[in-house]
Design a protein around this ligand. Sequence first.
Ligand code: ZN
Length: 260
Amino acid sequence: MPEPDSTGRDTPEPQGSPTRPRGRIFQASTMTAMLEGVYEGTTTIAELCRHGDFGIGTFDRLDGEMVVLDGRCYRLRADGTAGEADPATRTPLAAVTYFHGEYDWRMTDPVDATELRAVIDNWLPSPNMFYAVRVDGHFDHVVTRMLPEQHRPYPRLIDAVAAQIISTHTDLQGTIVGFRSPTHMLGVAAAGYHLHFLSGCRTRGGHAYDFVLRSGRVRVDVGYELVLRMPRTQDFHTAQLGRGDVAGEIEAVLQGGRRP
Ligand code: ZN
């Protein structure tokens, strides 16, 4: 990333190819819509993958956690089944980007999730940008969660999470995929890290609560352009978005905390 221009002008945009632009994140729907139970998918996986080759999300009615890695979209379900997603399936919330690995670091000492987030925070040039985060390595353990498929009337996310399926995977290769979003984007995205995990064999994973990375490679891209698509559905139009303790509820549903 170029150094910020002290004259106040915007910095030149990093170069990317027309088909794989740099720094652009495409997102379908928002975290606040998830909090209020807007779970029905509107964007197909086929379309999502035209906007990026790397990202995370969920599937129609929360039926599976999504990892998009190296251009393939994986669906990890609460019943333990996993595989590539049907391109016709729809997502109610996902974010993707073209991943280039602008920053590239090696981790040689074991770190847990909290420590790794702090290390990456320390490396980043500013807390006010988006970052796509990829960590390939060997993990002593990874704790993941998945949610069961939801049905109408849809519960709020804080209540749906009560039925989460927690899995612990030990001693395995894999990849952490996700984003670090700035605090000023709270509600559109999470403030902070939202990370998913996919095993090296591509058959295990989910939303990552906790892990210990024994060693690995950390790559990060700066995101300075957000394309946000809001659902044109009755559920989205009528939801009471932004009510309540948005920060506390997002923290609780993403980091495994209790109801605030
Ligand atoms: Zn997640």
